[in-house]
Design a protein around this ligand. Structure first.
Ligand SMILES: [Zn+2]
Length: 485
């Protein structure tokens, strides 16, 4: 059967994309695609290196007259996200992806397509294989396991690459050039709590639900509420005015998600139950008012539970926990001074978890910033908050950011190229989440980088698709940039 993506332009790039779809490449199981790359290098007589972590680097000299131009690194990642619809039988470690053209798009049948980042790989391979495209010396870096751990970028040694200009071919919106990303680190705190006996009180579950949640990077500036913060306001006042006790406090889940739900188990004197209900209602009205545009489904509920252990946090520890959650920052801490509407620094109060057995309450937070010093500052700020209540605080090692450089030379070249080809300005942006460029830039200070690519929608899902005309634009832009370096 003729695979019709081979009829698409530019034929050289689609040819390699088609080849790659036949080679299995799940994250952390890249053996087959690595082997393919090594054989590709051999076939074209190009210097090919597999480094200690499993990244592949292929070098090619500059074409005639461009031999002594600056080296350009073409970077893509060799792994793909493997998601399929439940009704199809598909083995990502063996089966070739079935591609098809659907209108303006290329899709796979029932699975992820792997255009993220197969199209970046295909573009690099087409250039490496070519003998009619003018280009400076090329280092083509194919990293492993971008999708589930950035393992390849983390493990990249600081003396592998000779070039100091890097084109990351892993963006998903044609017409946008990325010049920065956020670094991130988690800050966790653990508070040892004392439990005391509770007598003559009834137990209830107080719950805040129905929030959007969202990604702690991409969605941190959307004005969504944090369930941990909302429930804490109710608890704070209920402790003060209704003398409740708290035996269990739980909110949020993943470190990189904004808390959607939170609940607490509380004790209250029976005759104060009605006041508790009015307090919860009052706060529901307040929340609805404060978030009348962004959170339309907030609920606050109280239900009776049977807490036979009748033990709760001591008054002192209760106060510590509520104060710490109250004072803990959440949300955007700073906007970029260089890029309009770009969040530079943020923090997410991700989760609160009670471990009754060990007598501990754990807080998980995560900080992001495209400026390293601001990331340190945000981490210290959150740490200080929890240290003030006597909690043990730890930071993860995290990953570094990529600080936007609006004066970048490669940015200027790629903008000029874009305008001359398409007669319009590209958008220049940064993202408030991690990219491989952050890690690579850290190892190669002064590396001049941009990230761009064709339009891919539905990435990481079986709905993944690439817009055909943008693939051609991406290719034209890429080879034109190479000519100009
Ligand atoms: Zn990707």
């Amino acid at each position: 059967m003729i695979n019709n993506i081979l009829s698409l332009e530019p034929k050289v790039m689609w040819k390699y994309f088609h080849e790659i779809t036949k080679v299995p490449r799940p994250s952390k199981k890249e053996e087959q695609i690595r082997q393919y790359l090594v054989e590709f290098g051999k076939k074209f007589n190009l210097e090919t290196i597999v480094d200690e972590v499993g990244n592949v680097l292929i070098r090619k000299n500059g074409t005639h007259g461009m031999e002594d131009h600056e080296i350009v690194i073409l970077q893509s990642h060799m792994d793909m996200v493997c998601e399929k619809n439940s009704d199809i039988d598909f083995d990502f470690t063996k089966d070739p992806i079935k591609t098809r053209i659907e209108g303006e798009w290329v899709k796979a049948t029932g699975t992820t397509l792997g255009a993220d980042d197969g199209i970046g790989m295909a573009a690099a391979l087409a250039i490496l294989a070519s003998n009619d495209i003018p280009h400076p010396p090329i280092e083509s870096l194919f990293t492993m396991d971008e999708e589930t751990g950035l393992t390849g970028a983390f493990g990249l040694s600081d003396d592998l690459l000779k070039g100091r200009i890097l084109l990351n071919l892993d963006s998903e919106d044609e017409g946008q050039i990325f010049i920065g990303c956020a670094g991130g680190r988690d800050t966790t705190a653990e508070l040892k709590v004392n439990f005391v006996d509770i007598v003559d009180k009834k137990s209830y579950r107080l719950e805040v639900k129905g929030l959007n949640g969202g990604h702690s990077g991409d969605d941190i500036n959307k004005g969504y509420a944090n369930a941990n913060k909302l429930i804490n306001r109710i608890l704070y006042e209920a402790v003060k005015t209704l003398n409740i006790d708290i035996s269990y406090y739980d909110g949020g889940n993943l470190r990189n998600a904004i808390a959607r739900e939170a609940y607490a188990h509380i004790f209250i004197e029976a005759n104060k139950y009605d006041q508790l209900v009015s307090l919860a209602d009052k706060y529901l009205d307040i929340f609805k008012q404060e978030y009348h545009k962004t959170e339309l489904n907030i609920t606050v509920s109280i239900s009776e539970i049977d807490d036979i252990k009748a033990k709760a946090f001591s008054k002192e520890d209760t106060q510590k926990i509520l104060n710490a959650v109250y004072a803990c920052p959440h949300g955007v801490l700073a906007m970029s001074q260089d890029i309009k509407d770009f969040v530079e620094t943020s923090t997410n109060l991700a989760s609160i978890k009670t471990n009754s057995k060990s007598g501990k309450v754990n807080f998980t937070t995560s900080q992001r910033s495209s400026v390293d010093s601001a990331l340190d500052d945000a981490c210290n700020m959150v740490a200080a908050n929890f240290k003030m209540i006597g909690a043990d605080v730890e930071h993860s090692s995290g990953y570094p950011g990529w600080t936007p450089n609006p004066n970048s030379k490669i940015l200027e070249i790629s903008k000029e190229s874009y305008i001359s080809l398409f007669n319009k300005e590209p958008e220049v942006l940064a993202i408030h989440a991690g990219l491989e460029c952050g890690l690579i830039g850290k190892k190669y200070p002064g590396m001049d980088m941009i990230s761009f690519g064709p339009t891919i929608k539905g990435a990481h899902s079986p709905d993944e698709r690439i817009e055909i005309k943008t693939a051609q634009m991406f290719w034209e832009h890429l080879i034109d940039i190479l000519k100009r370096i």
